[in-house]
Write a protein that binds this ligand. Structure first.
Ligand code: ZN
Length: 298
């Protein structure tokens, strides 16, 4: 099942794509908090009902300009260096355990929202990634085999980072990853029943029509089930939380001479079976006045 969230004035309303490709409003069937409807068992029941009875639901009018992120996570957890190709380009060793960074949940954006580029972010880089959405409170799992019962579904993400704030401004990666709009999610939350193998999906990212990233989740160093299990050992995961599982190579960082994202650029991110994001980069209001210019990124 492919579920999306559509803004309607001040409200955000759930919807789903029917087998014919039409978007049907789900309000009548989804009521309540994410902890209720994102629970994997609730989603399975919703999926069965939808397949049997979707024709009863109203078709949404023209939704594209109104699609927001499919979930509003309290936590966005970014896994670093999880693809051999990306670690090699970054000049870093493949880590023996997952590298974990937190990204501000306020960085979450919709799949077609403009991407704001502030003047003091001079090295904004793309990272198309498979996002895992947690479906229920999860802590201290016994092993990776327990993870699938905790997953609500998957979506396309781009783990945008400003490389200068990430690498040259001291401290943790959170600085480079948390700018407004740097965690676009969606368009859809795709439930596990509709995505049998998240470990074998092709990913791609295009800038101004040029393909920059091409990879497969089969190349992930640590797979989805292991990551959920691993994170649960030292943090609580809650319904709606999002894990960004790492990015293949092809970032600007790994391409000598490649320009970073600038206002006017077009960014497309796609994962087979999960859909496609398309964004325009725009100049964000300058916020540089009280910010010391960082050392140049080599
Ligand atoms: Zn990343």
């Amino acid at each position: 099942m492919r579920i999306l969230q559509v803004s309607d004035g001040p409200d955000v309303r759930p919807a789903a794509v029917d087998p014919g490709g039409a978007v049907r409003m789900l309000d009548a069937w989804i009521d309540g908090q994410p902890e209720a409807w994102l629970h994997p068992e609730a989603l399975c029941a919703l999926d069965r009902r939808f397949q049997a009875d979707y024709a009863r639901l109203p078709v949404a009018r023209e939704v594209r300009g109104r699609v927001v992120a499919p979930v509003a996570p309290a936590q966005v957890i970014s896994i670093g260096l999880n693809y051999v190709s990306h670690a090699r380009e970054a000049g870093l060793e493949l880590p023996p355990e997952p590298v974990v960074a937190l990204k501000s949940p306020h960085a979450v954006a919709g799949p077609y929202d403009d991407l704001p580029i502030p003047e003091h972010a001079r090295a904004v880089d793309w990272e198309v990634e498979l996002a895992v959405v947690i479906g229920r409170r999860t802590q201290y799992l016994s092993g990776p085999e327990d993870s699938s019962a905790r997953i609500a579904g998957y979506c396309v993400a781009n783990d945008l980072s400003d490389r200068e704030w990430l690498l040259a401004r001291q401290g943790q990666w959170t600085k480079g990853k948390s700018f407004e709009g740097f965690a676009p999610l969606g368009p859809y939350l795709v439930t596990p029943a509709s995505l049998p193998d998240p470990g074998d999906l092709s990913l791609g990212c295009w800038v101004n029509g040029t393909r920059m990233q091409a990879g497969s989740t089969a190349d992930m160093r640590f797979g989805v089930d292991f990551l959920v299990f691993y994170l649960s050992q030292f943090m609580v995961l809650a319904a709606g939380d999002v894990i960004l599982t790492g990015s293949p190579g092809g970032n600007a960082l790994g391409r000598p001479g490649q320009a970073y994202l600038r206002p006017g650029d077009r960014l497309v991110s796609e994962i087979a079976g999960l859909g496609r994001q398309a964004k325009r980069c725009v100049r964000a209001p300058a916020g540089v006045a009280r910010t010391r210019a960082g050392p140049a990124l080599a």
